[in-house]
Design a protein around this ligand. Structure first.
Ligand code: ADP
Ligand code: MG
Ligand code: MG
Length: 207
């Protein structure tokens, strides 16, 4: 499927539905090692994105992604809002004025999103954050960059699932969960899980 402003808006709507469907799960993950609001934060943010898209769909893919970014930054407090907001903002910056996003451009945008999260939150791989889902996702996307959008995103989503799973055995070193130290071991990081859910939603929407 071509990746245009319209199809991107549809993918964000699909992502909002997935986040709403996993709201309780994300709350429970965050209850174990944080403050039990990640599902609420993500649901509020993506519901607001859907409302913004209901008003008008911006003209370019970059503008759609930027609308998602500014909505997340303004509507979601805590750690995840600004981090995801930065991810979408950096991705939007890569898309320029393209009317359609192709595989290589998508991969560049994903790389920029990861770099944005790391610039903002200073987490590296192994810190048990969303970065542990994003790093393998971007690597997998880069390896698949010669394929179509759907194949790139589904490779990224598969890698993000594994990355999120890997956080179970890690001791968190960033964010609220780091206050628990060793006691946080045995729990999946909620932000890594939401990253994997978002990438899967985008992959499904791209089919
Ligand atoms: P808060 O922790 O402020 O309540 P959320 O619960 O919405 O915010 O989001 C928590 C998630 O944010 C964590 O599971 C983790 O993935 C991510 N996170 C927190 N701090 C950082 C950071 N410095 N870098 C990357 N991700 C982070
Ligand atoms: Mg929280
Ligand atoms: Mg919070």
């Amino acid at each position: 499927m071509a990746c245009t402003a319209e199809t991107l808006a549809a993918a964000l709507r699909a992502a909002a539905a997935v986040i709403a469907g996993h709201r309780a799960e994300l709350i429970e993950l965050d209850r174990a090692i944080g403050d039990a609001d990640h599902g609420e934060n993500m649901d509020r943010g993506f519901t607001a994105i859907v409302s913004a898209l209901d008003t008008a769909i911006p003209e370019t893919p970059a503008a759609v992604v930027k609308l998602a970014a500014t909505t997340l930054i303004s509507k979601v407090g805590g750690a995840a809002g600004p981090l995801y907001g930065t991810a979408f903002l950096r991705a939007s910056g890569k898309l320029g004025d393209a009317a359609e996003v192709d595989g290589p451009l998508l991969v560049e945008a994903l790389r920029a999103a990861l770099e944005g999260v790391q610039a903002r939150g200073k987490a590296v791989g192994g810190d048990a954050t969303m970065v542990d889902a994003l790093i393998p996702a971007v690597s997998a996307a880069e390896e698949a960059s010669g394929s179509g959008i759907a194949a790139i995103l589904s490779a990224a989503a598969d890698a993000a699932d594994k990355g999120a799973e890997s956080t179970v055995d890690l001791v968190p070193r960033k964010g609220r969960a780091s206050y628990l130290g060793e006691r946080a071991k045995g729990h999946m990081d909620p932000g890594a899980r939401s990253t994997a859910l978002l990438l899967r939603a985008f992959a499904e929407a791209a089919k």
